[in-house]
Write a protein that binds this ligand. Structure first.
Ligand code: GDP
Length: 194
């Protein structure tokens, strides 16, 4: 915990079950190809990574949960680290990445609970939406909204196809207090360019 950056500015945490698509979502939203490591082996992200975006803005990549293969010792060690993170004033919000085909698990609802008071925003990305038909996607979104209620906002997302990418970027930018300059020619789509 002593290695955490000073509690200043704003940070947004990304959380999700192992293999949900969290690393891909971070890379897509930040328009960076390999900032967060994606992998074909579930349970690979075992550290809490802080990505410094400059001007005291950070993304926090939490270890994927719900994967039994992570050594017990490691899982026990995360608890206090993650709880200490929650105490940080700069933690503006949590983006919860959920595999749209699998839906919300108890562990996802527990994470929403973990976020604490409603001042700390929670936004759910139902990712891998490219794997769903239009009607499945609509059903999934409806089901997730019902499961979550008022506590969090929800959207469909795909790191592969870009579905929901501008919406997710807008959420992140507004939480981090980064204003998006619009030119008259701008199409309204985020380009990922600085
Ligand atoms: P993490 O463990 O939650 O960080 O998940 P990763 O980002 O490493 O993704 C896990 C697997 O899902 C990888 O094989 C990714 O290629 C795949 N994946 C991630 N996002 C998407 C998506 O939007 N669409 C599809 N079809 N596959 C995805």
């Amino acid at each position: 915990m002593r290695q955490y950056p000073p509690d200043r500015g704003w940070e947004v945490a990304f959380a999700g079950r192992s293999n949900a698509g969290k690393s891909s979502a971070i890379n897509a939203v930040l328009a960076r190809r390999a900032l967060a490591r994606t992998s074909k082996t579930p349970g690979q992200t075992r550290l809490i990574n802080f990505f410094d975006l400059g001007a005291d803005r950070r993304i926090v990549d939490l270890p994927g949960y719900g994967y039994a293969r992570a050594p017990q010792q490691e899982r026990v060690a995360w608890g206090p680290l993650i709880d200490a993170l929650r105490e940080r004033h700069c933690l503006r919000g949590v983006i919860l990445v959920v595999d749209a085909r699998r839906g919300l698990a108890e562990s996802d609802l527990a994470l929403i609970e973990w976020a604490g008071p409603p001042e700390r925003a929670v936004h759910v990305l139902l990712t891998k939406a490219d794997k769903l038909t239009r009607s499945e996607a609509a059903e999934t979104l409806k089901g997730a909204r019902m499961g979550i209620g008022e506590r969090a906002s929800v959207q469909l997302f795909s790191a592969s196809s870009g579905v929901g990418l501008p919406e997710a970027q807008r959420v992140l930018e507004s939480w981090l207090g980064l204003t998006h300059k619009k030119t008259p020619e701008a199409s309204g789509e985020a380009t990922g360019a600085d």
